[in-house]
Design a protein around this ligand. Structure first.
Ligand code: MLT
Length: 392
Protein backbone atom coordinates (compact mmCIF):
# COMPACT_ATOMS: atom_id res chain seq x y z
CA UNK A 1 0.00 0.00 0.00
CA UNK A 2 1.26 3.44 -0.91
CA UNK A 3 -0.36 6.72 0.07
CA UNK A 4 -1.13 9.43 -2.46
CA UNK A 5 1.81 11.26 -4.00
CA UNK A 6 0.38 14.65 -3.12
CA UNK A 7 0.96 13.96 0.57
CA UNK A 8 4.66 14.66 -0.07
CA UNK A 9 4.21 17.95 -1.91
CA UNK A 10 1.15 19.63 -0.45
CA UNK A 11 1.46 22.12 2.42
CA UNK A 12 0.65 20.53 5.74
CA UNK A 13 -2.46 22.57 6.46
CA UNK A 14 -5.25 24.12 4.40
CA UNK A 15 -5.04 27.92 4.81
CA UNK A 16 -8.29 28.35 6.74
CA UNK A 17 -7.44 25.38 8.96
CA UNK A 18 -4.06 26.94 9.80
CA UNK A 19 -5.85 30.16 10.81
CA UNK A 20 -8.47 28.22 12.81
CA UNK A 21 -5.71 26.31 14.65
CA UNK A 22 -3.90 29.54 15.59
CA UNK A 23 -7.17 31.02 16.80
CA UNK A 24 -7.94 27.95 18.88
CA UNK A 25 -4.52 28.14 20.55
CA UNK A 26 -4.97 31.82 21.30
CA UNK A 27 -8.46 31.28 22.73
CA UNK A 28 -7.30 28.52 25.04
CA UNK A 29 -4.50 30.79 26.33
CA UNK A 30 -6.68 33.92 26.67
CA UNK A 31 -10.28 32.72 27.13
CA UNK A 32 -11.38 36.15 28.36
CA UNK A 33 -10.44 38.03 25.16
CA UNK A 34 -13.27 39.13 22.90
CA UNK A 35 -12.10 38.14 19.46
CA UNK A 36 -13.53 39.55 16.24
CA UNK A 37 -13.29 37.13 13.36
CA UNK A 38 -12.74 38.72 9.97
CA UNK A 39 -10.89 35.70 8.64
CA UNK A 40 -12.78 33.09 6.66
CA UNK A 41 -15.58 34.61 4.57
CA UNK A 42 -18.43 33.21 6.61
CA UNK A 43 -21.72 35.09 6.64
CA UNK A 44 -23.26 36.37 9.88
CA UNK A 45 -26.80 37.40 8.88
CA UNK A 46 -29.60 34.82 9.21
CA UNK A 47 -31.32 33.28 6.20
CA UNK A 48 -34.07 35.19 4.39
CA UNK A 49 -37.65 34.64 5.62
CA UNK A 50 -38.61 33.29 2.19
CA UNK A 51 -35.86 30.69 2.48
CA UNK A 52 -36.99 29.61 5.94
CA UNK A 53 -40.60 29.36 4.77
CA UNK A 54 -39.52 27.16 1.86
CA UNK A 55 -37.41 24.93 4.15
CA UNK A 56 -40.29 24.51 6.58
CA UNK A 57 -42.76 23.73 3.81
CA UNK A 58 -40.38 21.22 2.21
CA UNK A 59 -39.63 19.57 5.57
CA UNK A 60 -43.38 19.09 6.07
CA UNK A 61 -43.68 17.64 2.56
CA UNK A 62 -41.03 15.09 3.50
CA UNK A 63 -43.21 14.01 6.43
CA UNK A 64 -46.18 12.98 4.27
CA UNK A 65 -46.25 9.93 2.05
CA UNK A 66 -48.06 11.88 -0.69
CA UNK A 67 -45.24 14.43 -1.04
CA UNK A 68 -42.21 12.54 0.29
CA UNK A 69 -39.12 12.55 -2.00
CA UNK A 70 -36.10 10.27 -2.01
CA UNK A 71 -33.04 10.66 -4.23
CA UNK A 72 -32.78 13.87 -6.20
CA UNK A 73 -32.60 13.48 -10.00
CA UNK A 74 -29.01 13.47 -11.30
CA UNK A 75 -27.92 17.09 -11.67
CA UNK A 76 -30.71 18.45 -9.46
CA UNK A 77 -34.43 19.23 -9.53
CA UNK A 78 -35.96 21.03 -12.50
CA UNK A 79 -37.72 23.58 -10.27
CA UNK A 80 -34.34 24.96 -9.19
CA UNK A 81 -32.70 24.64 -12.58
CA UNK A 82 -35.60 26.54 -14.13
CA UNK A 83 -35.07 29.43 -11.69
CA UNK A 84 -31.34 29.46 -12.47
CA UNK A 85 -32.11 29.42 -16.18
CA UNK A 86 -34.34 32.49 -15.65
CA UNK A 87 -31.51 34.29 -13.84
CA UNK A 88 -29.30 33.77 -16.88
CA UNK A 89 -32.12 34.90 -19.16
CA UNK A 90 -32.19 38.20 -17.24
CA UNK A 91 -28.55 38.64 -18.26
CA UNK A 92 -29.45 37.86 -21.88
CA UNK A 93 -27.89 34.40 -21.72
CA UNK A 94 -29.59 31.24 -22.92
CA UNK A 95 -28.73 28.24 -20.73
CA UNK A 96 -30.47 24.87 -21.11
CA UNK A 97 -31.52 23.05 -17.97
CA UNK A 98 -29.43 20.04 -19.00
CA UNK A 99 -26.36 22.31 -18.85
CA UNK A 100 -26.99 23.08 -15.13
CA UNK A 101 -25.69 20.78 -12.37
CA UNK A 102 -26.76 21.44 -8.78
CA UNK A 103 -24.13 20.69 -6.16
CA UNK A 104 -23.22 21.30 -2.53
CA UNK A 105 -21.14 24.37 -3.38
CA UNK A 106 -18.41 25.90 -5.50
CA UNK A 107 -15.55 24.54 -3.38
CA UNK A 108 -16.48 20.92 -4.11
CA UNK A 109 -17.33 21.67 -7.74
CA UNK A 110 -14.04 23.43 -8.44
CA UNK A 111 -12.20 20.41 -7.05
CA UNK A 112 -14.40 17.65 -8.45
CA UNK A 113 -14.37 19.04 -11.98
CA UNK A 114 -10.76 17.90 -12.35
CA UNK A 115 -12.11 14.32 -12.46
CA UNK A 116 -13.14 14.90 -16.08
CA UNK A 117 -9.62 15.92 -17.13
CA UNK A 118 -6.55 13.75 -17.38
CA UNK A 119 -3.89 14.21 -14.72
CA UNK A 120 -0.71 15.70 -16.17
CA UNK A 121 -2.62 18.58 -17.80
CA UNK A 122 -1.13 22.02 -17.19
CA UNK A 123 -3.27 24.24 -14.98
CA UNK A 124 -2.81 28.00 -15.01
CA UNK A 125 -3.62 29.36 -11.56
CA UNK A 126 -3.74 33.03 -10.61
CA UNK A 127 -1.40 34.05 -7.80
CA UNK A 128 -2.88 35.06 -5.37
CA UNK A 129 -6.20 33.19 -5.40
CA UNK A 130 -8.51 30.93 -3.37
CA UNK A 131 -6.11 28.16 -2.29
CA UNK A 132 -8.45 25.32 -3.26
CA UNK A 133 -7.42 25.54 -6.92
CA UNK A 134 -3.74 24.92 -6.24
CA UNK A 135 -4.29 22.28 -3.58
CA UNK A 136 -6.73 20.23 -5.68
CA UNK A 137 -4.61 20.58 -8.82
CA UNK A 138 -1.69 19.14 -6.86
CA UNK A 139 -3.93 16.37 -5.47
CA UNK A 140 -5.02 15.47 -9.02
CA UNK A 141 -1.44 15.33 -10.32
CA UNK A 142 -1.65 18.37 -12.61
CA UNK A 143 1.30 20.45 -13.77
CA UNK A 144 1.08 23.97 -12.41
CA UNK A 145 1.79 27.37 -13.94
CA UNK A 146 0.99 30.65 -12.24
CA UNK A 147 -0.50 33.85 -13.63
CA UNK A 148 0.91 36.73 -11.61
CA UNK A 149 -1.73 39.05 -10.17
CA UNK A 150 0.14 42.06 -8.83
CA UNK A 151 -0.50 45.75 -8.20
CA UNK A 152 1.14 46.61 -11.55
CA UNK A 153 -1.58 44.74 -13.49
CA UNK A 154 -4.34 45.70 -11.04
CA UNK A 155 -4.33 42.06 -9.88
CA UNK A 156 -5.81 41.05 -13.26
CA UNK A 157 -3.32 38.97 -15.24
CA UNK A 158 -3.76 38.69 -19.00
CA UNK A 159 -3.15 35.63 -21.16
CA UNK A 160 0.27 34.99 -22.67
CA UNK A 161 -0.48 33.81 -26.21
CA UNK A 162 3.06 32.38 -26.49
CA UNK A 163 2.43 29.83 -23.77
CA UNK A 164 0.16 26.79 -23.98
CA UNK A 165 -1.84 25.63 -20.98
CA UNK A 166 -4.78 23.23 -20.71
CA UNK A 167 -6.92 24.39 -17.80
CA UNK A 168 -7.27 28.02 -16.72
CA UNK A 169 -8.70 29.06 -13.36
CA UNK A 170 -10.37 32.45 -13.23
CA UNK A 171 -11.98 33.84 -10.07
CA UNK A 172 -13.84 37.09 -10.75
CA UNK A 173 -14.42 39.03 -8.55
CA UNK A 174 -11.22 37.59 -7.23
CA UNK A 175 -10.85 36.05 -3.83
CA UNK A 176 -8.80 37.55 -2.14
CA UNK A 177 -7.96 40.77 -4.05
CA UNK A 178 -11.49 41.80 -5.06
CA UNK A 179 -10.27 42.62 -8.59
CA UNK A 180 -12.81 41.76 -11.29
CA UNK A 181 -12.50 41.41 -15.06
CA UNK A 182 -14.51 43.55 -17.48
CA UNK A 183 -16.23 41.79 -20.36
CA UNK A 184 -13.53 43.08 -22.73
CA UNK A 185 -10.76 41.71 -20.52
CA UNK A 186 -12.50 38.33 -20.26
CA UNK A 187 -12.86 38.21 -24.04
CA UNK A 188 -9.04 38.04 -24.27
CA UNK A 189 -8.98 34.97 -22.02
CA UNK A 190 -11.73 33.36 -24.09
CA UNK A 191 -9.90 34.04 -27.36
CA UNK A 192 -6.78 32.60 -25.81
CA UNK A 193 -8.55 29.46 -24.52
CA UNK A 194 -10.28 28.88 -27.86
CA UNK A 195 -6.95 29.36 -29.68
CA UNK A 196 -5.21 26.60 -27.74
CA UNK A 197 -8.12 24.29 -26.79
CA UNK A 198 -7.82 25.15 -23.11
CA UNK A 199 -10.81 25.09 -20.77
CA UNK A 200 -11.55 28.01 -18.43
CA UNK A 201 -12.91 27.15 -14.98
CA UNK A 202 -14.73 30.36 -14.11
CA UNK A 203 -15.50 30.81 -10.41
CA UNK A 204 -18.23 33.44 -10.04
CA UNK A 205 -18.98 32.78 -6.37
CA UNK A 206 -18.82 36.52 -5.60
CA UNK A 207 -20.81 37.74 -8.61
CA UNK A 208 -23.63 39.07 -6.38
CA UNK A 209 -21.24 41.77 -5.10
CA UNK A 210 -20.60 43.29 -8.53
CA UNK A 211 -21.93 46.78 -8.98
CA UNK A 212 -20.05 48.11 -12.03
CA UNK A 213 -21.93 47.38 -15.24
CA UNK A 214 -18.75 46.91 -17.26
CA UNK A 215 -17.74 43.95 -15.16
CA UNK A 216 -18.42 40.42 -16.28
CA UNK A 217 -21.24 38.80 -14.25
CA UNK A 218 -21.13 35.54 -16.13
CA UNK A 219 -18.50 34.31 -18.55
CA UNK A 220 -21.38 33.35 -20.85
CA UNK A 221 -22.08 37.04 -21.44
CA UNK A 222 -19.34 36.53 -24.04
CA UNK A 223 -20.87 34.12 -26.58
CA UNK A 224 -17.55 32.56 -27.70
CA UNK A 225 -17.11 31.21 -24.16
CA UNK A 226 -19.56 28.35 -24.79
CA UNK A 227 -16.80 26.40 -26.53
CA UNK A 228 -14.20 26.90 -23.81
CA UNK A 229 -15.67 27.61 -20.37
CA UNK A 230 -17.40 26.09 -17.37
CA UNK A 231 -18.99 28.44 -14.83
CA UNK A 232 -19.36 27.82 -11.09
CA UNK A 233 -21.73 29.64 -8.77
CA UNK A 234 -22.73 29.32 -5.19
CA UNK A 235 -25.58 30.34 -2.90
CA UNK A 236 -23.08 30.66 -0.01
CA UNK A 237 -22.33 34.34 -0.30
CA UNK A 238 -25.32 35.46 -2.39
CA UNK A 239 -27.98 33.95 -0.08
CA UNK A 240 -26.06 33.17 3.12
CA UNK A 241 -25.90 29.41 2.46
CA UNK A 242 -22.42 28.72 3.92
CA UNK A 243 -24.03 26.27 6.34
CA UNK A 244 -26.77 25.10 3.98
CA UNK A 245 -24.50 24.04 1.08
CA UNK A 246 -25.78 24.62 -2.42
CA UNK A 247 -24.16 25.75 -5.64
CA UNK A 248 -24.14 24.86 -9.31
CA UNK A 249 -22.02 24.55 -12.40
CA UNK A 250 -22.92 25.29 -16.01
CA UNK A 251 -21.27 23.07 -18.59
CA UNK A 252 -22.32 24.13 -22.11
CA UNK A 253 -23.36 21.43 -24.56
CA UNK A 254 -21.05 23.08 -27.09
CA UNK A 255 -18.00 22.35 -24.96
CA UNK A 256 -16.23 19.42 -26.66
CA UNK A 257 -12.72 18.08 -26.42
CA UNK A 258 -11.23 15.01 -28.15
CA UNK A 259 -14.70 14.39 -29.69
CA UNK A 260 -16.22 14.08 -26.23
CA UNK A 261 -18.86 16.28 -24.64
CA UNK A 262 -17.60 17.66 -21.33
CA UNK A 263 -21.25 18.07 -20.32
CA UNK A 264 -21.74 14.29 -20.68
CA UNK A 265 -18.54 13.54 -18.82
CA UNK A 266 -19.56 15.82 -15.93
CA UNK A 267 -23.04 14.28 -15.88
CA UNK A 268 -21.45 10.81 -15.80
CA UNK A 269 -19.19 11.85 -12.95
CA UNK A 270 -22.12 13.34 -11.00
CA UNK A 271 -24.20 10.18 -11.48
CA UNK A 272 -21.37 7.97 -10.24
CA UNK A 273 -20.04 9.95 -7.30
CA UNK A 274 -22.82 12.24 -6.03
CA UNK A 275 -26.34 11.55 -4.77
CA UNK A 276 -27.40 15.16 -4.94
CA UNK A 277 -28.28 18.08 -2.72
CA UNK A 278 -31.14 17.45 -0.24
CA UNK A 279 -34.62 18.31 -1.52
CA UNK A 280 -35.17 20.78 1.35
CA UNK A 281 -31.99 22.68 0.48
CA UNK A 282 -32.85 22.81 -3.22
CA UNK A 283 -36.27 24.25 -2.31
CA UNK A 284 -34.50 26.80 -0.07
CA UNK A 285 -32.19 27.78 -2.94
CA UNK A 286 -35.21 28.12 -5.23
CA UNK A 287 -36.85 30.47 -2.69
CA UNK A 288 -33.72 32.65 -2.59
CA UNK A 289 -34.30 33.27 -6.31
CA UNK A 290 -37.97 34.23 -5.91
CA UNK A 291 -38.77 37.96 -6.20
CA UNK A 292 -39.14 38.38 -2.43
CA UNK A 293 -36.17 36.12 -1.72
CA UNK A 294 -33.94 38.10 -4.04
CA UNK A 295 -34.92 41.38 -2.38
CA UNK A 296 -34.06 39.99 1.05
CA UNK A 297 -30.73 38.60 -0.16
CA UNK A 298 -29.85 41.88 -1.84
CA UNK A 299 -30.49 43.64 1.47
CA UNK A 300 -27.92 41.38 3.15
CA UNK A 301 -25.38 42.05 0.44
CA UNK A 302 -25.90 45.78 0.89
CA UNK A 303 -25.31 45.33 4.62
CA UNK A 304 -21.98 43.56 4.03
CA UNK A 305 -20.98 46.23 1.51
CA UNK A 306 -21.68 48.88 4.12
CA UNK A 307 -19.29 46.99 6.41
CA UNK A 308 -16.70 47.14 3.62
CA UNK A 309 -17.25 50.90 3.40
CA UNK A 310 -16.66 51.34 7.13
CA UNK A 311 -13.42 49.37 7.00
CA UNK A 312 -12.28 51.24 3.88
CA UNK A 313 -12.84 54.59 5.58
CA UNK A 314 -10.74 53.57 8.56
CA UNK A 315 -7.91 52.26 6.37
CA UNK A 316 -7.95 55.53 4.44
CA UNK A 317 -7.69 57.46 7.71
CA UNK A 318 -4.75 55.30 8.72
CA UNK A 319 -3.15 55.70 5.25
CA UNK A 320 -3.04 51.95 4.81
CA UNK A 321 -3.09 51.03 1.15
CA UNK A 322 -5.89 48.64 0.22
CA UNK A 323 -7.85 47.20 -2.68
CA UNK A 324 -11.24 45.52 -3.08
CA UNK A 325 -14.32 46.07 -0.95
CA UNK A 326 -16.33 47.52 -3.86
CA UNK A 327 -17.30 44.62 -6.07
CA UNK A 328 -16.29 42.10 -3.47
CA UNK A 329 -16.81 41.34 0.24
CA UNK A 330 -13.06 41.32 0.90
CA UNK A 331 -10.58 44.09 1.62
CA UNK A 332 -7.03 43.36 0.48
CA UNK A 333 -4.59 45.55 2.33
CA UNK A 334 -0.86 46.11 2.27
CA UNK A 335 0.58 45.17 5.67
CA UNK A 336 1.89 48.28 7.43
CA UNK A 337 5.61 48.67 8.18
CA UNK A 338 6.53 46.03 5.63
CA UNK A 339 5.37 43.26 7.95
CA UNK A 340 4.96 39.80 6.47
CA UNK A 341 1.41 38.52 6.23
CA UNK A 342 1.80 36.17 9.20
CA UNK A 343 3.58 38.84 11.29
CA UNK A 344 0.61 41.12 10.73
CA UNK A 345 -1.77 38.25 11.53
CA UNK A 346 -0.01 37.69 14.87
CA UNK A 347 0.06 41.40 15.61
CA UNK A 348 -3.67 41.83 14.96
CA UNK A 349 -4.56 38.76 16.99
CA UNK A 350 -2.33 39.60 19.96
CA UNK A 351 -2.84 43.35 20.17
CA UNK A 352 -6.26 43.99 18.66
CA UNK A 353 -7.83 40.53 19.08
CA UNK A 354 -8.88 40.60 15.44
CA UNK A 355 -8.52 37.63 13.10
CA UNK A 356 -7.88 38.10 9.39
CA UNK A 357 -6.36 35.96 6.66
CA UNK A 358 -2.64 36.24 5.79
CA UNK A 359 -2.20 37.14 2.12
CA UNK A 360 0.70 34.73 1.65
CA UNK A 361 -1.75 31.86 2.15
CA UNK A 362 -3.27 32.73 -1.23
CA UNK A 363 0.03 32.51 -3.10
CA UNK A 364 3.55 33.95 -3.10
CA UNK A 365 2.34 37.29 -4.53
CA UNK A 366 0.10 37.61 -1.48
CA UNK A 367 3.11 38.02 0.82
CA UNK A 368 2.99 41.36 2.70
CA UNK A 369 -0.76 41.58 2.07
CA UNK A 370 -3.67 40.73 4.31
CA UNK A 371 -7.37 39.95 3.73
CA UNK A 372 -10.24 41.23 5.88
CA UNK A 373 -13.68 39.76 5.42
CA UNK A 374 -16.69 42.10 5.56
CA UNK A 375 -19.13 39.36 6.55
CA UNK A 376 -19.05 40.04 10.31
CA UNK A 377 -22.01 41.74 12.01
CA UNK A 378 -22.24 45.54 11.90
CA UNK A 379 -21.52 45.78 15.63
CA UNK A 380 -18.38 43.66 15.36
CA UNK A 381 -17.22 45.48 12.24
CA UNK A 382 -17.72 48.80 13.99
CA UNK A 383 -15.84 47.55 17.04
CA UNK A 384 -13.00 46.29 14.82
CA UNK A 385 -12.81 49.73 13.19
CA UNK A 386 -12.56 51.36 16.62
CA UNK A 387 -9.74 49.01 17.57
CA UNK A 388 -7.91 49.76 14.31
CA UNK A 389 -8.18 53.48 14.93
CA UNK A 390 -7.04 53.25 18.53
CA UNK A 391 -4.13 50.90 18.11
CA UNK A 392 -2.73 50.88 14.60
C1 MLT B 1 -13.00 32.31 1.97
O1 MLT B 1 -12.93 32.81 3.09
O2 MLT B 1 -12.12 32.42 1.12
C2 MLT B 1 -14.19 31.46 1.67
O3 MLT B 1 -15.20 31.72 2.56
C3 MLT B 1 -13.83 30.06 1.77
C4 MLT B 1 -14.80 29.23 0.99
O4 MLT B 1 -15.69 29.75 0.32
O5 MLT B 1 -14.62 28.02 1.03
Amino acid sequence: MKIANWSKTLKNNFLFQAVADKLKQFKSKYPEKEIINMGIGDVSLPLADEVIKACTFAANEMGKSSSFRGYSPNGGYDFLKQKIKDEYKNLGILVNTDEIFISDGAKSDMSNILDIFSSGNTCLIPDPVYPVYLDTSIMEGMKIEFANAVEQNNFLPEPDFNKKVDIIYVCSPNNPTGAAYTKNQMKKWIDYANSCDAVILYDAAYEAFIEDNDLCRSIFEIPESKTCAIEFKSFSKSAGFTGMRCGYSIVPNDLQRENASLNHLWSRRHATKFNGVPYIIQRAAEASLSDEGKLECQKSIKYYKQNAKLISEVLNKLSIKFFGGLNSPYIWLKCPNNMTSWEFFDYLLQDLNIVGTPGSGFGKNGENYFRLSCFASREKTQEACNRFLKLL
